[in-house]
Design a protein around this ligand. Structure first.
Ligand code: ZN
Length: 282
């Protein structure tokens, strides 16, 4: 992706250098319906919280971590991708006579406090509707490569940012709230199907974003996005973590579905073609 020297978003906040804030014990991410990648679905949450508190203890002496040149380069990359999503969504909303509210994006290391609760790197990237912010720890992308077989490269990060901003778009359109309400009335299996449709729409929106910045992209970028989308498919994750696949428990869609909806968005570029709810729930 050609990104150097282009506009960087002012909504980007870098908290990787320290001052991660206090993580409330047991805070968890209760109430967020848009947590993206539950990579550690088999993990012990208490163990994770213990890890978070240990990290916080180490941090409480006010130690600042010096960012490396590579850290700063990735920060600039993230801020540029975020700026691109702003441009694309301003245009899409304007075309519909609406105005787009820009989300914030916070990069953190180890642990972070959001309006949706405390989170650690193990939570994976997520969007918090309560403060309209995307939270990401970039170590997630190392795990994606080493444990889930995604191809390397920065564009996997861009795809995830665009997916999370897609949840922000759903939040602004009232879709997140609606999905939350509908799910509470359904059985777990049916509720999961609605959740999958919501996740695949965010993948469509990520593809739609790529469509509009295609001049800056190479076919390698799209390969990386598709590889990341496939790596976070529920069947791929379940195979790695438990050795078998239970389709009814999918909350994010299979690898095939995730790459399909990203590709659909990339080819179409039009919001109205991304009605995954109509396509999948009839
Ligand atoms: Zn998601």
């Amino acid at each position: 992706m050609k990104w150097e020297g282009r506009r960087k978003s002012k909504n980007f906040e870098d908290r990787r250098g320290g001052n991660t804030g206090k993580v409330v014990a047991g805070g968890g991410l209760i109430g967020i319906i848009a947590i993206v990648f539950h990579l550690l679905s088999g993990g012990d949450s208490q163990e994770i919280m213990q890890m978070v508190s240990d990290q916080m203890l180490q941090r409480q002496d006010g130690t600042q971590i010096e960012l490396t040149e590579e850290d700063r380069r990735l920060g600039d990359f993230v801020a540029t991708v975020l700026a691109d999503t702003e441009d694309v969504w301003h245009q899409a909303f304007n075309e519909r006579g609406m105005s787009f509210r820009e989300p914030k994006l916070i990069l953190f290391r180890d642990a972070v406090q959001s309006a949706c609760g405390g989170a650690s790197a193990n939570s994976g990237p997520f969007y918090c509707p309560a403060d309209e912010s995307v939270y990401m720890d970039l170590s997630f992308f190392d795990i994606l490569q080493s444990r889930f077989g995604a191809k390397g490269g920065d564009f996997a990060i861009a795809y995830v940012i665009a997916h999370e901003v897609g949840h922000h778009v759903q939040h602004q359109l009232g879709i997140l709230k609606e999905v939350h309400q509908i799910r509470s009335r359904l059985s777990e299996t049916d509720g999961n199907r609605v959740h999958v449709a919501m996740e695949l729409q965010a993948d469509f929106y990520a593809g739609m974003w790529a469509h509009h910045i295609d001049d800056y992209l190479s076919s390698q970028d799209i390969d990386q996005a598709l590889s990341a989308a496939a790596a976070v498919g529920n069947d791929a994750i379940q195979k790695r973590t438990q050795g078998y696949v239970v389709a009814e428990s999918f909350t994010h869609g299979s690898s095939a579905q995730r790459t399909e909806w990203f590709t659909r968005g990339y080819k179409s570029g039009k919001m109205e073609d991304g009605d995954t709810f109509a396509a999948l729930l009839q």
